[in-house]
Design a protein around this ligand. Structure first.
Ligand code: UFG
Length: 335
């Protein structure tokens, strides 16, 4: 049985990926520092899969701890989610982001080289494209100057991987996520934002649940069909499955290059107002919202051309927007 290390495995995307890995027959070991996740998620994963993943509470900025981990555990591949992801916080505290997202990546890669672990999957983001000149966005679209330190850490991460694969036998796949939403069908795992949600869907579900008074729609003067910004919202379970496909590609030596990049989205764009109306329809809830100013740093439109992932990874998003929104709401109601 192949053993996969999942860093950040108790987080939103990490936990769903651990479930899919276990369901696909992999052994999983999780490293998480619990900075933005809860230890209870480990039991929730176990109750879904009937198999408790190995777990180590390690902060990946702790080089010695990582070294000791690899002294005692050997793995066939690594899926690296552990990172900070709040755009606004990264503007306020850039060094925290460079340390969390870049230093820890370097420490893990150093151990991989020492121990000849060859297979690595990196959590990247569509943020690397900025406002792309053409839609849908292909992997060949140019990388634009990052809008935030967070976005820059994803660009730097990819550059590090591109360089390191040239000088070693490391094989890496960078998955550029569009907007992950929703929750597992068991409703035992889902998104757990700390404090006021920054992202649209948790803000919507918390407003519907009465935790927030009103949703602000950030701008209705974008050059889109209804003036509100357009994104590609992908069900987190579909996104999780893309990691299994990518890991299988590496483990079976099917990768064509030692550093590959894939867009992971649905290929469809929806505006904020379309999301609100779809949510209202699916959940039979009326949502209290107002139109406000644009949010600094937001782009007008981003949605993926997913044909490379469809063809090379043999993967495609299968769940509908309605399923994703319904699962987010079912999850919210259980909190
Ligand atoms: N939005 C609102 N009101 C809210 C929250 C969001 O109108 O309360 C709008 C945003 O302006 C945006 C859309 O909903 O147009 C989606 O916003 P999210 O914050 O959910 O997602 P983003 O597309 O802004 O962010 C995502 C990832 C980030 C990544 C970024 C890159 O969550 O990690 O894409 O653009 F950096």
């Amino acid at each position: 049985m192949k053993k996969i290390l999942v860093t950040g495995g108790l987080g939103f995307i990490g936990s769903h990926t651990v479930v899919e890995l276990q369901n696909s027959g992999y052994d999983v070991v999780i490293i998480d520092n619990l900075s933005n996740s809860k230890i209870e998620v480990l039991d929730q994963i176990t109750s879904i899969t009937n198999k408790k993943p190995e777990f180590y509470q390690i902060d990946l900025r702790d080089r010695n701890a990582i070294h000791s981990f690899f002294d005692t555990t050997s793995v066939d591949g690594i899926i690296h989610f552990a990172a900070s992801k709040a755009v606004g916080e990264s503007v306020e505290n850039p060094l925290l982001y460079y340390e969390n997202n870049v230093s820890s990546l370097i420490y893990i890669l150093q151990e991989m080289l020492k121990r000849s672990v060859a297979n690595f999957i990196f959590s990247s983001s569509c943020t690397v494209y900025g406002q792309a000149d053409e839609l849908p966005i292909t992997e060949d679209a140019p990388i634009k100057p990052a809008e935030s330190p967070y976005g820059n850490t994803k660009q730097i991460g990819e550059e590090i991987l591109r360089d390191i694969t040239k000088s070693s036998n490391l094989r890496t796949i960078s998955l550029r996520y569009f907007n992950p939403i929703g929750a597992h069908e068991s409703f035992k795992i889902g998104e757990l934002p700390i404090g006021i949600p920054q992202n649209l869907i948790p803000y919507i579900t918390q407003t519907a649940a009465g935790i927030r008074k009103q949703l602000s729609v950030f701008g209705n003067d974008y050059p889109t069909s209804d003036g509100t910004a357009v994104r590609d919202y992908i069900h987190v379970v579909d996104l999780a499955k893309a990691h299994i496909a990518a890991m299988q590609r590496l483990l079976s030596n099917k990768n064509k290059e030692s550093f590959e990049v894939y867009n992971i989205g649905t290929g469809k764009g929806n505006s904020v107002l379309e999301i609100i109306h779809a949510f209202e329809k699916v959940t039979q809830q009326n949502l209290n919202y107002i139109i406000t100013e644009r949010r600094a740093g937001d782009i007008a439109s981003a949605y993926a051309d997913t044909s490379k992932a469809n063809k090379e990874l043999g993967w495609k998003a299968e769940k509908t927007l309605e399923e994703a929104l319904d699962s987010a709401w079912q999850w919210q109601k259980r909190q």
